[in-house]
Design a protein around this ligand. Structure first.
Ligand code: FAD
Length: 351
């Protein structure tokens, strides 16, 4: 049993400069201030053009406080987070949550229903059974009995958000329900950092948390920020395509970085709620561009579960900007919607 977990915490979508130096040399009179670090088991990076260097410590403090707050709300890796306390609560009374968290869950439920419940934030018991949450990887394949038992504890219909004048609440109708917001956490935090940077008067920036990115305005050279989509391999940091986000959010979900091997099988961290098992089809990467990084982050996982054909059909029906990479016998096949093409600046022609 090979259990080395390939969780490489670099993002699948690389903000300008992190991989390519796509922004090129920094222009003397407009150096970018870059603040980066770790959060949510991955990395964050904030590149700002026009921020006075002397304000860096103050911005770093604000950024780290915001990420700490997001982590405190959505983490299933901290026992005392708002979400962990909801999961530990063995009752069905409505529990108070922040308005931001309520909006993130409402968006996740909407995308969940549109993906035929394939993007399912109640999938936590299955994520943990397969060892992709805070629990350890299983030493042997979960039995069908264990899978069925975990599947009996999931379902979007058992979760609802209540928004009232006295606040927002989350309610489950199955006491032992376990919600996992890992699929939207990076997008949630990225949108918050983008708002924080704009609140500090900066309108030219690129922000990323893990595989989610938001950019606005121009880079240090005065050109639009460029964001690279990586080739679906954990062997190298090679570029598949480059996009100009024009102020939108982007996120990629892939099955080739966060996996482990058990009994000679490669098990991905993307779980199909319908089977209770990690996906096994050939769609290896789904990238979505949307008005917010949270929205992009929610769709990318749902599309990954659906597989290439169904993902493309749904993307066309919902007019989504989507870029899919499918593994084929002699390499990878790229499929994208017309909406995505509008953002494409360069594609790897070597295929
Ligand atoms: P995505 O494709 O965006 O999401 C996949 C994740 O969503 C899976 O890891 C699983 O958790 C869940 N998922 C799987 N299948 C489905 C499905 N069908 N529907 C819905 N969701 C599904 N990791 C650590 O190792 N250490 C930490 O301390 C840590 N802290 C975190 C704190 C927060 C607030 C959050 C949100 C996550 C944290 N993580 C941590 C988890 C880590 O960031 C995740 O691995 C990462 O968020 C997954 O993002 P992704 O882009 O790789 O995968």
């Amino acid at each position: 049993m090979l259990s080395n977990r390939h969780l490489i915490a670099t993002s699948l979508v690389i903000g300008c400069g992190a991989l390519l130096g796509a922004c090129g040399p920094t222009n003397e009179n407009q150096p970018a201030v870059v603040i980066s670090g770790t959060t949510m088991g991955t990395y964050y990076r904030v590149s700002m053009v026009g921020l006075d260097k002397s304000r860096e410590p103050e911005l770093r403090q604000q950024i780290e406080a915001q990420l700490k707050e997001d982590d405190h709300e959505l983490s299933t890796y901290k026992n005392d987070s708002v979400l962990s306390r909801f999961n530990q609560y063995q009752g069905t009374d409505p529990q108070p949550i922040s308005n931001g968290m309520a909006d993130a869950i409402i968006t996740s439920l909407r995308i969940g229903h549109k993906t035929d419940n394939e993007m399912d934030i109640t999938v936590g018991p299955l994520v943990n059974l397969w060892g992709f949450g805070p629990t350890k990887e299983p030493v042997k394949m979960p039995t069908q009995q264990q899978i069925d038992a975990a599947r009996a504890e999931i379902g979007l219909q058992h979760l609802k958000v209540i928004q009232q004048v006295n606040g927002d609440f989350l309610q489950k109708d199955m006491p032992n329900m376990y919600v996992d917001l890992s699929t939207v956490g990076e997008g949630y935090a990225t949108d918050h950092l983008a708002r924080l940077v704009e609140g500090n008067g900066i309108s030219n920036y690129l922000v990323s948390v893990g595989g989610a990115v938001v950019s606005r305005g121009h880079n240090p050279e005065g050109k639009p920020w460029q964001v690279a989509i990586q080739k679906p391999t954990d062997k190298e940091n090679a570029v598949e395509a480059i996009v100009d986000l024009q102020g939108m959010g982007i996120s990629t979900s892939g099955s080739y970085r966060n996996y482990y091997e058990l009994d000679g099988k490669r098990l991905s961290h993307i779980i199909d709620p319908a089977t209770g098992r990690p996906i096994t089809h050939k769609l290896v990467s789904a990238t979505v561009i949307a008005p917010t990084a949270l929205e992009a982050d929610g769709w990318d996982t749902g599309l990954m579960v659906l597989g290439t054909q169904k993902a493309l059909a749904l993307a066309e029906k919902e007019h989504l900007a989507v870029y899919l990479i499918t593994k084929e016998p002699n390499g990878f096949k790229i499929t994208m919607t017309p909406q995505f093409k509008a953002y494409l600046r360069k594609a790897d022609k070597s295929r």
